[in-house]
Design a protein around this ligand. Structure first.
Ligand code: ADP
Ligand code: MG
Length: 219
C-alpha cells in the first residue's frame, strides 16, 4: 500500500483537478486507487457533487465509497478548516486528522490524500498541512499554478518541504486562468530545479490526461 499526499502552493491551484485526473488515468489502466479528503470547508450538502469529495467520488466511478467516507469532516463556512469547524462548535486536532488518515492507509492499492489549501494552510489553530504530512511520513505531489508569481510560491513551498525532509514525488503545474504562456513558465521554473521532473496540466475542454503523471510516479 502506498500513499501520496496531494498538496499545493496555495488554495484553488488545482489539487482536486489533478487528483481526479490521476484517479481516472489509474482506473483506465486497471490500477486500484482510493481518495481521501480528511477535512473540507465551504461544503454545501445541496451542492455536494461540485464539492471536492463529490468530484473525487465522481472520478472514482461506480465503486466509489459514500461521500461521508471520502470526507469525514465537512464544514459549511468557506473559511480555513479550524475556523469553519469552530463556527459549528467543533475543534480540529492534528491527532484526530492523523488518525483519520492512518485508518485509510491500511488497505491495498494507492491512496491519494488531498489536503486543504496550500502546504502551510492551517488545519488546526496551530498546525498546518505540513505538520500532518510530516506525521504521516508520506511523499507529496506538489500542485502549482502557472500565474505570474508561481516561481516564488513554488520555490518557497519546496524549501519548507525540504526542511522537514518530506519527499516530493512529482511537481505538477496546473495551468492558471489568464496566465502567461504555460510552457515558458514551466521552463522558467525548471531552470531553478535541474533534474526534477515538472509536469504540466494545460486547460483544455476534454480534461487532462494524467497517464504521464502516473508513469512519472511509477504507478
Ligand atoms: N489544469 C486545469 N484545467 C482546467 N481547470 C482547472 C485546471 N486546474 C484547476 N482547474 C479548475 O480551477 C478550479 C480550482 O481547482 P481545484 O482543483 O478545485 O483547486 P484546489 O483543489 O487546489 O483548491 C476548479 O474549478 C478546477 O476545475
Ligand atoms: Mg480541492
Amino acid at each position: 500500500m502506498s500513499t501520496l499526499f496531494v498538496t499545493a502552493t496555495g488554495t484553488d491551484v488545482g489539487k482536486t483537478y489533478v487528483t481526479c485526473a490521476l484517479i481516472r488515468a489509474l482506473r483506465a489502466a486497471d490500477r486500484q486507487v482510493r481518495a481521501f479528503k480528511p477535512v473540507v470547508s465551504g461544503f454545501d450538502p445541496a451542492e455536494a457533487e461540485a464539492s471536492d469529495p463529490g468530484r473525487l467520488r465522481a472520478a472514482l466511478g461506480a465503486d466509489a465509497p459514500p461521500l461521508e467516507q471520502i470526507a469525514p469532516l465537512r464544514f459549511a463556512a468557506p473559511l480555513s478548516p479550524p475556523l469553519a469547524a469552530r463556527m459549528e462548535g467543533a475543534y480540529l486536532s492534528l491527532n484526530q486528522l492523523e488518525a483519520l488518515c492512518r485508518d485509510q492507509m491500511g488497505d491495498d492499492g494507492l491512496l491519494l490524500i488531498e489536503g486543504a489549501g496550500g502546504v502551510m494552510s492551517p488545519l488546526t489553530d496551530t498546525e498546518t498541512n505540513l505538520d500532518l504530512i510530516e506525521r504521516l511520513a508520506v511523499s507529496v505531489i506538489l500542485v502549482l499554478g502557472s500565474y505570474l508569481g508561481t516561481i516564488s510560491h513554488t520555490l518557497t513551498a519546496m524549501e519548507v518541504l525540504k526542511a522537514r525532509s518530506i519527499p516530493i514525488a512529482a511537481l505538477v503545474m496546473s495551468e492558471s486562468e489568464d496566465a502567461p504562456d504555460l510552457a515558458e513558465t514551466a521552463a522558467g521554473l525548471s531552470s531553478f530545479l535541474p533534474g526534477i521532473p515538472l509536469l504540466t496540466a494545460p486547460r483544455n475542454a476534454d480534461g487532462w490526461d494524467a497517464s504521464g503523471l502516473a508513469r512519472c510516479l511509477n504507478l
